[in-house]
Unconditional design. Sequence first.
Length: 469
Amino acid sequence: MTFRYSIIALVLTTLVGCAANDSANFATQATDNRTQTIELLIQQVNQDAMVAAGTQEESDTTVLLTDLLCVPALNTYLDAALKNSPSLQQSIIALKIAYAQHGVTSADRLPSVNAVFDAQNTEDSDASYSADVTVSWELDLWQKIADNSAAASKDIAATQANLEAATNLLAANIMRGWLEINVNQQLLDIEQRRLEILAQNETLVLERYQAGLGTLEELDNAKSSTASTRATVAQYQESLAQSERSLMLLTGQWQSELEVPAIDAASTASPFPHVINPLDAVPLQNMSGRPDLQQAFFSIEAESLRTDAAYKAMLPSFSLSASLSDLADTPSEALLTNPLWSVLGQMSAPLFQGGKLKSQAEIAQLTTEQSFWVYQETLLNAVNEVENAIGQESSLTLQQNHLDDAFLSAQRSIVSYEQKYRQGLVDILDLLTVQQQAYDLEAKLTNTTYQRLLNRIELGLALGLGVSA
């Protein structure tokens, strides 16, 4: 008997050791790979950031995503969106479900109590009544239930990270919507000023034609340019209206009391709001604050714990149960007035289930490995987003500077051609061409500025800047 018990103890110890070591080794590998990947990849990102932004001083000040765009009125839209956005509310409910699921898993660690009252009436015999109260509890010697509960806690953390990502994205979309309204208003203003000049030119050409100083071809060219610009004005008017409707939609309300304030691009020296460069305000970091990275890593930890629990399911389980029961001829006497008690200790072990438990453990381990590679993919995408945003900031800055120079030259050229046209040295077609080039450059400069400010919001998201709770 002693030899038999020794063999059983040795087998149990070996099984526990294999289950724990396999899971621990995989979790350690995931953690080590995560650290090495961040150190190698983020080092390059930080070097690029220092080159793009210059030398930065370390600061403990927390910079939020909403701090990038200095428009206090946006807080009203963000507050409304946080309360009413359907997509955000779905993420909030998913977090509540994760908490409830954790409660279901944690309940397995506590004793369960069941009460039964039974009445039986058989022909040719008296009625009988019975009552029974049973308390049962599974002893978690191998920490299998604890692992499942801990995995549910990691699921909560992953869902919380997903909610944070949804909140950050919503805030970024509101900021993008605000910038889109700005750029559409400016482009509309440019086209309206273009139309005003072209209408004046058309009137002048018509007067010259009626005086016999111009040609029909000049008049047709002037009318064609004016009509084409009117079509473009109509297009930008609708684009502006759609931008305003899209911003309202982000608040989660079809009809809202919020109003988008009009921006007079013609009378404003800088119609675009100031958007700071995150690299100028945020200390160099390792992007660990990105919610998608946090979610992916919490998923690795959760699946690793489930792998441990799956292997421990092959081990024996121990449970205790105690019950009070009573049998009587009347319902009142059956309510445990003179009960009998019993205590039962039970050990059960799976001997043969056709390889089901082993397959479940293998699935859990492969799921953990799959989660690891999902994290690796998320990390690489995150680094790529930061590098692309930093490169775009540098490229768009150069483009903006060159377009500034080109636009100034175009404005000087317009003045020169207007003087030559009044002197009869150039025809109306040459003047229209120069004017069109100037307005095209102004529109392109406005779009480039918009893309640069938009890219800074993308960079803030890529760096993991969040929104205040």
